[in-house]
Write a protein that binds this ligand. Structure first.
Ligand code: HEM
Length: 509
């Protein structure tokens, strides 16, 4: 009986959708600002050029069509060629302006809260939680952001996070097989960034059963973040919601343990982690703290591990850059030895000048975050175009980073493009061209950008000093919109024996 009702429903589904669409376009749309499109006595808005595509889905499938991640893809190329760098479309079920224009992207991010507002698909809120920073706007966002910035402050970066980053780097590198066997570089990068975040957010130690369980749960969770939000048994989204519940269960237990510890008198053993800080210093509710920890674990783990995997991938194809990188790090290791130090200092980190060029270039070419989701909250007039309130607007960071009018040979990995003659010798975030926005910008600029750079630099330091590596499957390039390298970027490594090797237990911790 149920089966027959279902098949009847399926048969009639297209007709029902068509009827709903007709009803929407003839009736509902009129009440929801569609009058903007009808010629009235008022001047017609001069919308950016473009096409709406198919009913309901618009041009979403074309926009998300897989393409090598170091290119903008056919859809973007064709649209920019036909309409220019600012065009209109219909994406993710909404009328949308797409911006491949550096100036407009900056304008959007700098006018957050005034003209534009962060607006991620509802599925993201379902998974990361309604208190996640990606979802919050206004004062609630500012409060959460302040807590995250405090956790990632430059004082903590120097005193706590630098030694932690080095310790976690060495833990991962020491576990690599000395020769031959291939393993996934991306998997290792994820292990590194996850363990680092789990330790600093909730004092969870790497290798412990609970940490490992959480890490595996996180993999399922991540697949759901980027999947279609179809919530019925078996789908990636459904599994991710279940994972969210288990992850929150672990965080909640940690929180209860901590509260119990804190309530005991003489509790001098208080971990210096985000959980402790949020419990002691903020007025956040339990639900808010849970979402904050979960989303920081997400924001701080996926992006920087992807960036690291991309650096390993690009460097493998550019031996000259590996050579220059190795020379820079050999010099730092030599000076460190002369000082009799066994750990990297902040001054050592500041000497990693070419390394910063490699990091910039990896982010420019690899585009870990390709575009951002925003909504127009006031009618905007930009460069002769009217962009109406209520529309979505997507600043596509990747399209700017791969724009040949801004970057010479944009599809080539060329870290030297970031070197400049002059005192600093290198274009850092502060003096890089304003078109370079791998961490977004304005009031929502990535809260963890300095930590991400530190993680990559320290990891690369020990990587180039201790290993040579090659891709085990060289023809497998990273394809957007898949979030991972195919097969997780298998590599083969060879240890470099020598006085700089710090992979022995005695010097590492
Ligand atoms: C290479 C690595 C990274 C890249 C490319 C990156 C990129 C970004 C971008 C583009 C945004 C802006 C999103 C938007 O405006 O909608 C963002 C926000 C954010 N990122 Fe990162 N990120 C990285 C690493 C990290 C790390 C390591 C952490 C934390 C430990 C972190 C924490 C955050 C947080 C909390 C936000 C939200 C900021 C806010 O809404 O105020 N990120 N990131």
């Amino acid at each position: 009986m149920m089966a027959s009702i279902t098949s009847e429903l399926l048969f009639f589904l297209p007709f029902i959708l068509l009827a709903l669409l007709t009803f929407y376009t003839t009736t509902v749309a009129k009440c929801h600002g569609a009058h903007r499109w009808r010629p009235t006595k008022k001047k017609r808005p001069n919308l950016p050029p473009g096409a709406p595509g198919w009913p309901l889905v618009g041009e979403t499938f074309g926009y998300l069509r897989p393409h090598p991640a170091t290119s903008v893809g056919r859809f973007m190329e064709q649209h920019v060629a036909r309409y220019g760098k600012i065009y209109r479309s219909s994406l993710f079920g909404e009328r949308t302006v797409v911006s491949a224009d550096a100036g407009l992207n900056r304008y959007i991010l700098q006018n957050e809260g005034r003209l534009f507002e962060c607006s991620y698909p509802r599925s993201i809120g379902g998974i990361l939680g309604k208190w996640s920073m990606l979802v919050l706007v206004g004062d609630a966002h500012r409060e959460m952001r302040a807590i995250s910035l405090n956790f990632l402050s430059s004082v903590r970066l120097r005193a706590v996070l630098l030694p932690e980053v080095e310790r976690h780097t060495l833990l991962v590198l020491r576990s690599w097989p000395p020769a031959d066997g291939a393993f996934s570089a991306q998997h290792e990068a994820k292990k590194f960034t996850f363990n680092l975040m789990a330790k600093n957010i909730m004092s969870m130690d790497p290798g412990e059963e609970e940490t490992e369980r959480l890490r595996l749960e996180y993999i399922t969770f991540m697949k759901g973040v980027v999947s279609a939000p179809l919530n019925f048994p078996g789908t990636a989204y459904w599994k991710a919601l279940k994972s969210r519940a288990s992850i929150l269960g672990v965080i909640e237990r940690k929180m209860e343990d901590r509260l119990e510890k804190m309530s005991k008198e003489n509790s001098s053993v208080e971990e210096d982690d985000l959980l402790g800080w949020a419990l002691k210093q903020s007025n956040l509710s339990k639900e808010q703290i849970l979402d904050l920890l979960l989303s920081l674990l997400f924001a701080g783990h996926e992006t920087s591990s992807m960036a690291l995997a991309l650096a390993i991938f690009f460097l493998e194809g550019c031996p000259k850059a590996v050579q220059e990188l190795r020379e820079e790090h050999l010099e730092i290791a030599r000076r460190q030895r002369l000082r009799g130090a066994s750990k990297l200092s902040w001054e050592d980190y500041k000497e990693m000048v070419f390394t910063q060029c490699v990091i910039n270039e990896t982010l420019r070419l690899g585009n870990v975050v390709r575009f951002l989701h925003r909504k127009v909250i006031r009618d905007v007039h930009y460069n002769g175009y009217d962009i109406p309130r209520g529309w979505k607007i997507l600043p596509v960071l990747a399209a700017v980073h791969l724009d040949s009018s801004l970057y010479e040979d944009p599809n080539q990995f060329n870290p030297w493009r970031w070197k400049v003659s002059g005192s600093a010798g290198v274009l850092l975030q502060s003096n890089a061209p304003s078109s370079f926005m791998p961490y977004g910008g304005g009031p929502r600029l990535c809260a963890g950008s300095e930590l991400a750079k530190l993680e990559m630099a320290i990891f690369l330091h020990h990587l180039v000093l201790n290993f040579r590596w090659e891709l085990a499957e060289p023809d497998r390039a990273f394809v957007y919109p898949f979030v991972d390298f195919p097969k997780g970027l298998p590599i083969r490594v060879q240890r470099i024996a020598g006085e700089h090797s710090v992979l022995t237990e005695s010097t590492a911790t």
